[in-house]
Design a protein around this ligand. Structure first.
Ligand SMILES: Nc1ncnc2c1ncn2[C@@H]1O[C@H](COP(=O)(O)OP(=O)(O)OP(=O)(O)O)[C@@H](O)[C@H]1O
Ligand SMILES: [Mg+2]
Length: 473
């Protein structure tokens, strides 16, 4: 049985609302309430409160939170620290990774395969940077501490982020923190927490039942001559906060126990099904490939002497396969520069063209100009800008003296798009360069997606979109 963490993220754009105090102390309370439950903490902030609180004197640590984000399996980075809480060491170098984190779902994927057991609590910075966004999207439960109206106003951005991603906002809950019990109001909202809760509910935010009071005792736990950070559980007995954390810990445990499948497990299931789908789609695409080069008729199977250097696909999905390097470049050269389609392998013109031929994408479309069959041949850069356009009359045979040879362009188009003699389907062929060492890599998910995108772009340029119906999206 694999381990999937139940993830709790503590987040607020407002600084000093008690996020780190909550993240670290909640971990200690959870562990105290359920000894056998693995509880871990990681900080996506670049301070070391977590380490100061949990590291054991003399403990050697290997790896830190940056390694987690750079794909090291999360469970291997856990260190069992004080109070039985596991932690992933923090890092000063976290900010250096900002540009390396591609997207806001990276942590969701990494936690899905992390094998971290039990509950994982993530502390975040007071800003909605890419790390915080990742922590929000990976969470089963987000606790947003608010201590006043400005911090409550700031929550809007987190709720908006969830809206934008189409995520269930039920995961988000506001938690009144640092509540000064001495402040009393006239009217329906008697105190600070009731007022904050009423405002939160009025804005459509879910609000926790509990709250955390402001306590001078708690405040003193990390301002002492020893430079230590003491836990509320052991050093603030008898305060309201002590009881409030016990209550919060119990609520979280009940929630954790009622969840059958944490998000990390669901995400893992999705990853596995995505992999299966990708593998099936690739097999599908491979099975549609023609065995031979449509120009020379030679076998295009791997390990054959031929070099499959171009991939072609009909815009209606009716034909696809590889073209041998010599055949492909000779055909394209003759179409674009009217050279003889029978150039030798070492012809200097051909050698020169080969260099640049691989940096372009081509489209060939048969059409009728009145009663005359023609081919519209175009060349594009790899990012889709048009480079060249040529119109050729399409003839089946070329006569030279007494000899009659079959026209290469005609044969190619007819093999790929022909229906019956003289009639071709209303589609075009796109020719895309491939790596001759691994030609089928063009059909791998990401590359093929780019190819399909390019085909749509080319179709628009040619002004023909009706025949894209069978192309995968
Ligand atoms: N219940 C409490 N009563 C009194 N003081 C508290 C309480 N909880 C936290 N504090 C104090 O409030 C200050 C801010 O707390 P903390 O560092 O947890 O906030 P934060 O939201 O993580 O801040 P930042 O946004 O800077 O990371 C700290 O000095 C902490 O000791
Ligand atoms: Mg903090």
């Amino acid at each position: 049985m694999k381990n999937y963490p139940y993830v709790i993220t503590i987040s607020s754009e407002k600084g000093g609302v008690g996020k780190t105090t909550l993240a670290t102390n909640l971990a200690i309370y959870l562990k105290a309430l359920a000894e056998d439950l693995p509880v871990s903490v990681v900080s996506l902030d670049n301070h070391f409160t977590v380490d100061k609180m949990f590291s054991i004197k003399g403990q050697k640590t290997t790896g830190d939170v940056t390694d987690l984000l750079l794909e090291t399996p999360g469970a291997s980075l856990l260190h069992t620290g004080q109070y039985g809480v596991d932690y992933i060491p923090s890092s000063m170098a976290l900010d250096d990774l900002r540009d390396a984190i591609k997207g806001a779902m990276v942590l969701s994927r990494l936690l899905a395969i992390s094998e971290i057991p039990g509950i994982l609590i993530i502390d975040t910075r007071p800003e909605l940077n890419i790390f915080t966004q990742n922590a929000l999207y990976a969470a089963d439960r987000v606790i947003i501490p608010v201590k006043d109206m400005p911090s409550l106003e700031n929550c809007r951005n987190i709720f908006d982020l969830f809206d934008k991603r189409g995520l269930d906002k039920k995961a988000l809950s506001i938690m009144p923190c640092l509540i000064d019990a001495r402040i009393k109001y006239q009217g329906p909202f008697k105190d600070h927490k009731s007022l904050l809760r009423a405002f939160a509910i009025n804005r459509g935010y879910r609000c926790s039942e509990g709250y955390i009071s402001k306590s001078p005792k708690v405040e003193s736990l990390n301002t002492n001559p020893e430079g230590k950070i003491y836990p509320i559980l052991t050093h603030a007995r008898g305060t309201d906060v002590y009881g409030q954390y016990t209550q919060l810990g119990r609520e979280i445990l009940d929630e954790y126990r009622s969840v059958q499948q944490p998000r990390s497990m669901l995400f893992h299931q999705w990853l596995v099904s995505e992999e299966t789908r990708k593998a099936e789609s690739l097999q599908n695409r491979l099975s549609r490939l023609k065995d031979t080069c449509l120009l020379c008729g030679d076998n295009m199977a791997p390990n054959n002497a031929r070099k499959p250097s171009f991939y072609y696909e009909a815009s209606d999905g009716g034909a696809c396969g590889f073209l041998d390097e010599h055949c492909g470049s000779t055909l394209l050269l003759s179409c674009l520069y009217d050279t003889q389609p029978t150039l030798q392998e070492n012809d200097p013109l051909l050698l020169m063209f080969r260099e640049s031929a691989r940096e372009s994408v081509y489209a060939i479309r048969p059409f009728r100009n009145g009663t005359n069959p023609c081919a519209d041949v175009r060349r594009f850069t790899m990012d889709g800008s048009p480079v060249q356009k040529k119109i050729h009359p399409l003839v089946e045979f070329e006569e030279k003296g007494f000899t009659k040879t079959k026209n290469a362009l005609y044969s190619f188009l007819f093999e790929a798009l022909g229906e019956y003699p003289g009639k071709m389907r209303d589609a075009f062929l796109m020719i895309y360069p491939t790596n001759p060492q691994r030609p089928e890599s063009v059909l791998a998910e990401e590359t093929y997606k780019r190819l399909v995108k390019m085909m749509r772009h080319v179709a628009q340029q040619i002004g023909e979109t009706s025949h894209l119906t069978n192309v995968e999206t």
